[in-house]
Design a protein around this ligand. Structure first.
Ligand code: PGA
Ligand code: ZN
Length: 420
C-alpha cells in the first residue's frame, strides 16, 4: 500500500489515500482504493471490469495497464485528494475529473476513478453514521420500497462463454416483496437449468461462464426454451408466494453486429429483421427484460422496438452499451424514446456523481434503472447498496459464484430486517 499526504487533516476529511492492484474473478488485474480518515478506520472500494465493453465507455486503465494507472494517480491525482472534506461527492468527483484532465479518464483510468469515488462515498456515509445505501437514497430522495428484482444470468453465451449460444445472457428476472425469496427463487432456476442440461447432454462436461451461468453446447432457441421452462417451473412451484419469475435476455447486440448484419450461429439478420426477431421473442416467451437488443449506435432501432410495447405489460427494454451510463447519451435516448430503462455501471462513466445524474434523468423520464455488475467482478458489495439507494427496478449481479453472491448476501443484510 502506498499512501500520500502528510499535512494535518481536519476532522471529517481525507487523511491519505492508498491504491492497490488486486485481481478480479477472471484473474485480471484491477484496482482497490483505500481512503484513510482522521481518527477512523479505512474505507475500501474496488472496481470490476467488462469484456463486452461499450465503445462509449471511459477508458478503464491508461494504456491498458494497472501499473500505468498507479503511476499516473500518484503523480497527478492523489496529492490533491488529501485534506478534502467528506460529504461532498460532486466536489470530490470534480477533482478526479480535473486532475485527470481528459474527456474520458484516459490519464487516470475510469476504474481508478470508480474505486476512488466509491471509497469516498463509503467514507462520507460513515462520517454521517449512515449505511452507503441510506446515504445514496437520501441524496436522491428514494423512498424505502420493495427490494430490486434480481436480473440473474443463468445461461452464459457470447463473449462470456466459449462454445455456448450466440446470445450473451439468458436471464431469470425475479421480483419479490423481500430479498430472501428473490435469491432463493433465482438459485432454484439455476439448479433446474443445471438438471435439464444434464438430462439433455448426459455425456458432455458442463461448466459455468464468466458470470456464473451455465455453459453448454446449445443454441439460442434451445437455451431460451430451457430458461423459460425453468422459470415457469419455479413460478408454479408454490414455494415463493408473491414472487414473479420470468425470462429475460441480454443480447449484447454490438458483439453480434458485423458488416451491417446481426450474425448468430444459425441466423443472419438485417437491423429491421433484428427488431422483428426480438419483438417475436418478447411475445412468445413473455420476456420481462431485454437488454441491448440492437447495436450501440442504433437509437432508432431501439425506439422502433420500444414503441411496439407500452403500458404495464411492456418489458424493461434496457440500454447498456447504448448509453454506457453517460448522462449525455441518456438524454438523447430519452429525447428519441429509445428505451424505457438504463443499465448503470459506474465504471462506464467513472464517477458516482455522473451515475447519480443518470438515475435522476431516468427517473424524471419515468424510466426504470438497473444497477449492474461487470463480467470480471471483485468481491466488493457496493452494488447492493447502489441498487437499493437508487431505488432501481433491478440489480444485475448474477446468481452464483462468490463474487456474485457477495452482492446478494449484502442485499439480505440491507433488506432482511432485524435478526430473528
Ligand atoms: P461486460 O458485460 O461486463 O463484459 O461488459 C456485461 C453486460 O453486457 O451486461
Ligand atoms: Zn449488457
Amino acid at each position: 500500500m502506498s499512501a500520500v499526504g502528510t499535512s494535518q487533516p481536519k476532522p471529517g476529511s481525507i487523511e491519505k489515500v492508498g491504491l492497490r492492484k488486486i485481481y478480479d474473478s477472471r484473474g485480471n488485474g484491477t484496482v482497490e482504493a483505500t481512503i484513510f480518515v482522521s481518527g477512523g478506520h479505512p474505507f475500501h472500494a474496488s472496481c470490476p471490469s467488462g469484456a463486452s465493453t461499450g465503445a462509449h465507455e471511459v477508458t478503464a486503465f491508461p494504456e491498458g495497464s494497472v501499473e500505468r494507472g498507479l503511476e499516473n494517480a500518484h503523480a497527478r491525482v492523489l496529492p490533491h485528494l488529501t485534506g478534502l472534506p467528506l460529504g461532498d461527492q460532486s466536489a470530490f468527483d470534480r477533482v478526479l475529473k480535473e486532475r485527470d484532465g481528459t474527456p474520458n479518464f484516459s490519464f487516470l483510468g475510469g476504474n481508478f476513478a470508480t474505486a476512488l469515488s466509491l471509497a469516498y462515498a463509503r467514507a462520507s456515509a460513515a462520517a454521517s453514521r449512515r449505511e452507503l445505501w441510506e446515504q445514496v437514497a437520501l441524496e436522491l430522495g428514494t423512498p424505502r420500497g420493495a427490494p430490486p428484482a434480481l436480473v440473474g444470468n443463468v445461461i452464459n453465451g457470447g463473449v462470456h462463454a466459449v462454445g455456448g449460444p450466440s446470445i450473451q445472457e439468458f436471464i431469470a428476472f425475479v421480483q419479490a416483496p423481500e430479498p430472501r425469496s428473490v435469491v432463493e427463487a433465482a438459485v432454484m432456476v439455476h439448479r433446474e437449468i443445471g438438471q435439464e442440461l444434464r438430462r439433455r447432454f448426459p455425456s458432455t462436461a458442463l461448466g459455468r461462464g464468466d458470470e456464473g451461468g451455465w455453459v453448454a453446447p446449445t443454441d439460442d432457441d434451445t437455451a431460451l426454451s430451457i430458461l423459460a421452462e425453468a422459470c415457469h417451473k419455479v413460478q408454479d412451484s408454490g414455494k415463493f408466494p408473491g414472487t414473479s419469475v420470468r425470462p429475460g435476455l441480454d443480447l449484447a447486440a454490438s458483439e453480434l453486429f458485423r458488416e451491417g448484419h446481426y450474425q448468430y450461429q444459425k441466423r443472419r439478420l438485417t437491423p429491421s429483421e433484428q427488431v422483428r426477431y426480438v419483438a417475436d421473442l418478447i411475445e412468445k416467451f413473455d420476456l420481462a427484460y431485454v437488454e441491448d437488443p440492437l447495436e450501440e449506435e442504433d437509437f432508432q432501432g431501439f425506439a422502433e422496438l420500444t414503441g411496439m410495447f407500452s403500458g404495464r405489460k411492456a418489458p424493461h427494454i434496457v440500454g447498456d452499451d447504448l448509453y454506457t451510463t453517460s448522462p449525455e447519451r441518456l438524454k438523447r435516448g430519452i429525447r428519441e424514446r429509445a428505451s424505457n430503462s438504463i443499465l448503470l455501471k459506474v465504471n462506464q462513466v467513472g464517477t458516482l456523481s455522473d451515475t447519480l445524474e443518470a438515475v435522476r434523468l431516468a427517473r424524471a423520464a419515468g424510466w426504470s434503472t438497473i444497477a449492474s455488475h461487470r463480467s470480471g467482478e471483485t468481491t466488493d458489495n457496493w452494488l447492493a447498496h447502489l441498487a437499493t439507494g437508487f431505488g432501481s427496478a433491478g440489480i444485475k449481479c448474477g446468481v452464483l459464484g462468490g463474487e456474485r453472491v457477495a452482492k446478494l448476501n449484502e442485499l439480505l443484510r440491507i433488506g432482511g430486517g432485524a435478526f430473528p
